[in-house]
Design a protein around this ligand. Sequence first.
Ligand SMILES: [Cu+2]
Length: 149
Amino acid sequence: MDRAEKIGLTLALIMLLGFFVLVVYAAKGLKIDIPTCITDVEPFQQGKLIKHADKRYELHILAKMWLFDFNEGATQIKLPVGSVVDVYVTSKDVVHGVHINDTNFNVMAIPGTVGYLRVKFEKPGVYHVVCHEFCGVGHHAMEGKIVVE
Ligand SMILES: [Cu+2]
């Protein structure tokens, strides 16, 4: 191994260590949640909004061609300001993407799997939910609303 190879390997190791430290800092220091694929929740066939306590909800979003089912077919729901919502996402047909504007919620909706992320709605307003994965001719019209008041 010559000198240039040793320097290259050392730099690569330093960069790997640096990236690892940054990932841990993002998760612990900045508290950035990473979307996960939950295996203990079965893929569901209908959207559902479940209230567990005051300002504490569980939302099952079913993405399908070409709408988001938030609650038994509803494409719009209302939540009180300050709600903490455990959001589960799945797809009935093809791969969709679910992005809730003005939040860090950005999860793929994949048939047969369930994605998860917790969202806190701290400000009142209308949060538009859009599909970010091209899913067919109706993709551009896929939109839902979460009204926080
Ligand atoms: Cu789409």
